[in-house]
Write a protein that binds this ligand. Structure first.
Ligand code: ATP
Length: 715
């Protein structure tokens, strides 16, 4: 709502109120006996009349205006009077607003206008054009997993607040006793001590339990997010830098998980304290309480404005942190390229630019916080002066004792602190929740890795059919990489995919291991679409050795049995032998227990390739895909692999290679050109056609003539 319309609405309500109250004031002397008999009910009757008048005037003069303002304005005085009569049974008799001092009317309208203004300030995020902020309900649902710990913490919280509330009350009573000459009794001093000690002990337990909930939540959320990420499609990982994901796990998740329990902790503690102490304060002096409460709408308004800014800056800072991490990771993981092209200075510049951006945002956050604190302290001081001035006046009037005033001031300091914490805590929760936006965004992504397929037959022939497959990578949806591709892979045969760079060979391999789903057409295994197969079953039956095999840090054995739960030493050795890796592994001091270093950095390219092949062979896959997987193999490795293929009888092998010798050794060749199949047949048939296959062979080193046609997979 615009500021102008709020002012207009406030003026309208004041005008209507003045008219209604003036009319009522005329009636009061006439109805005095009836009103005296009605007591509190008279105040509620007056409120009902005012509410009707506000609503009628609102409908006529300001349609669409918030009805809440009318309700707050009319119901505040009787609610206050009822509360006061409950807390101070012998306090002043309930009065009608119509006959009360004009200051009461000013106070009621002033407070309502302040509340309206606080309400009208745009919610954090909305005004600054940030993406949809995370709903607080969602954050609380996240914390719900730790409800037993949080429940116990809440119990200690209530006990601590009871102690905190009783402390100043006992202090005030002791002071009054001293002033009246009775002196402090052992009982009052003991009570003050007991309440303080008790509240400290319970507060400690509360804090400890909330910290425990935080730690547990962090652990479970990190685990949940990581497991969820593992199931995402490859396009997601291609579009999201790894460093960004690790920054989310390392920074955003802890921030989010700290925010929820600590906010729940702080909010509950403050809410219970404010309600408890607030009740006592109203009992001591309703007038002073109302004055002290002036601070609340002002702080809410200021905090709302500040939060809107802070959320934007906080999100930008987190993004900048993730970006800095990405720069560091990229430079370190490509250090060889950086060194080769002497790009160290360029990388340093990139890093310092990213750091500067991060620091600039941090400074901006700090400066804005300092400004906000300054204004807020000034408001706080003004309200305190107002309360002191009024308290002094009440002391002189004799409507309050020194002990009660001291108790009130002690309570005010505490309540003020907790009101701020409540207001700040909510803002803080929202701003920290900004960190959760990305985390929830990732958690909401539908996983595509496991489609929930259940098909897992006891025997599989390994007959693969590409049926009119068309495909475009999600990142470049307009560029069709495969167009209407159809071919078959037969069990017991080695089929080679041939074609120039970028013709779509690896893409076919990617579709066969379900890295992606075809845009049109189907990839079938034994006549069943791949997505219908059970996830683990499919990836045990179809194994791919890629162009640049990646090893994980760990031993050679760990790498070979990766992903398998039940794999014996015999199988590991057999797979290593079939991949031609047994020789070099046996020559190592630690054999299969040799650490390969990060990404297999301590091995040569050929050794890495052999281990990657062993990792595929150990599964005894029905369909084996070798995507340029033999490029770094020497003759020994190649012969071992060919022997394995030959001895593995019924297996289906898809071979992607540019090597004429390997192409010629295949049973069948499928030639791709710009994502379409242009030729298919045995190598001899294709050579005799003198078409695309022959041209490919001629382009290859050795002018296309097979170097050793005698060494064939099928022989
Ligand atoms: N992740 C990706 N996102 C977008 N486009 C891609 C992606 N991977 C490959 N491409 C594009 O798809 C086309 C086919 O690539 P593919 O890797 O299948 O070719 P290829 O025949 O295996 O080439 P090479 O012989 O060089 O390995 C190329 O134009 C390539 O630029």
């Amino acid at each position: 709502m615009a500021l102008l319309s709020i002012v207009r609405l406030a003026c309208l309500l004041l005008l209507v109120d003045l008219v209604v109250l003036a009319a009522l004031a005329q009636l009061v002397p006439v109805l005095a006996p009836a009103l005296a008999w009605l007591g509190l009910a008279a105040a509620w009757l007056e409120a009902g009349l005012r509410l009707l008048a506000f609503i009628a005037a609102g409908r006529l003069l300001a349609p669409g205006g918030p009805r809440g303002a009318a309700v707050v304005l009319s119901l505040t005085p009787p609610t206050f009077l009822t509360l006061r009569s409950l807390l101070v049974p012998y306090g002043a008799a309930p009065a009608l607003l119509a006959t009360a001092a004009p200051a009461w009317l000013a106070l009621t309208h002033g407070a309502t206008t302040a509340v309206l203004l606080a309400w009208a300030v745009p919610a954090p995020g909305a005004a600054m054009g940030t993406k949809s902020p995370v709903a607080v309900g969602r954050l609380l649902a996240l914390a719900w997993a730790e409800w037993p710990v949080l429940g116990a913490a809440f119990l200690f919280l209530v006990l601590a607040v009871l102690g905190e509330t009783a402390g100043p009350y006992c202090t005030g009573k002791a002071l009054d006793a001293i002033r009246q000459g009775d002196g402090p009794t052992t009982f009052t001093i003991g009570l003050v001590l007991a309440t303080d000690l008790g509240s400290s002990l319970f507060a400690g337990c509360r804090g400890g339990l909330f910290t425990l909930a935080q730690a547990r939540l962090k652990l479970s959320t990190c685990h949940r997010l990581f497991s969820h990420l593992m199931l995402q499609d490859l396009a997601f990982f291609q579009g999201t830098p790894a460093a960004d994901l690790s920054a989310r796990l390392a920074n955003d998740v802890p921030l989010l998980c700290n925010a929820v329990p600590s906010s729940v902790n702080v909010a509950l503690r403050s809410l219970v304290t404010v309600l408890g102490l607030g009740g006592f304060m109203v009992g001591l002096s309703p007038h002073l309480t109302l004055l002290a409460l002036l601070e609340v709408p002002l702080i809410i308004t200021m905090r709302k404005v500040y939060d809107a800014r802070y959320q934007v800056l906080q999100q930008a800072k987190l993004d900048a942190t993730a970006n800095t991490a990405a720069v560091v990771q990229e430079a370190i993981s490509s250090i060889e390229t950086v060194r080769t092209f002497a790009g160290e200075e360029e990388e340093e510049r990139r890093h310092s630019r990213a750091l500067a951006k991060m620091l600039e945002l941090k400074d901006q956050i700090d400066v804005e916080w300092a400004l906000f604190t300054l204004v807020w302290r000034a408001v706080q001081l003004a309200v305190q002066v107002l309360v002191l001035w009024h308290g002094h006046w009440q002391l002189r009037e004799g409507t309050i004792t020194t002990g009660s005033l001291v108790t009130f001031l002690l309570y005010q300091a505490k309540v003020g602190l907790h009101v701020q914490t409540l207001v700040f805590g909510h803002g803080d929760l929202l701003s920290k929740a900004a960190a959760g936006r990305k985390v929830f965004e990732y958690l909401d992504r539908e996983p595509t890795g496991d489609t929930g397929g259940t098909w897992a037959p006891a025997t599989l022939r390994g007959h693969v059919t590409f049926q009119h497959v068309s495909f475009a990578y999600p990142m470049c949806a307009e560029h069709l990489v495969l167009q209407d591709v159809s071919f078959e892979l037969h069990p017991g045969e080695v089929t080679a995919l041939a074609g120039l760079n970028g013709s779509g060979k690896s893409t076919c391999a990617g579709l066969l291991v379900r890295f992606y789903e075809p845009g049109a057409g189907e990839v079938l295994l034994d006549g069943v679409p791949l997505r219908d197969y059970e996830h683990h079953y499919l990836h045990r039956q179809v194994a791919l050795v890629g162009q640049e095999p990646v090893l994980f840090s760990g031993t050679i054995r760990d790498n070979i049995i990766f992903g398998l739960k039940d794999c014996g030493e015999k199988e590991v050795r057999a797979a290593a032998a079939a991949a031609g890796a047994l020789g070099f592994i046996s020559a190592l001091d630690q054999g299969f227990d040799t650490d390969v270093g990060e990404k297999g950095g301590q091995l040569s390219a050929g050794e890495k390739q052999r281990i990657a092949i062993a990792r595929a062979l150990v599964r005894r896959p029905t369909v084996l895909i070798l995507d340029e997987a033999t490029s770094a193999l020497d003759g020994e490795g190649e012969v071992a692999l060919q022997q394995w293929v030959r001895s593995s009888g019924a297996r289906t092998v898809l071979l992607i290679t540019h090597c004429p010798r390997m192409l010629e050794a295949a049973d069948r060749v499928v030639v791709l050109e710009r994502g379409t199949v242009v030729e298919m047949g045995t190598p001899a048939e294709l050579r005799s056609c003198r078409g695309p296959y022959s041209r490919l062979l001629q382009r290859s080193p050795g002018t296309g003539q097979p170097e050793n046609p005698g060494v064939g997979y099928g022989e």
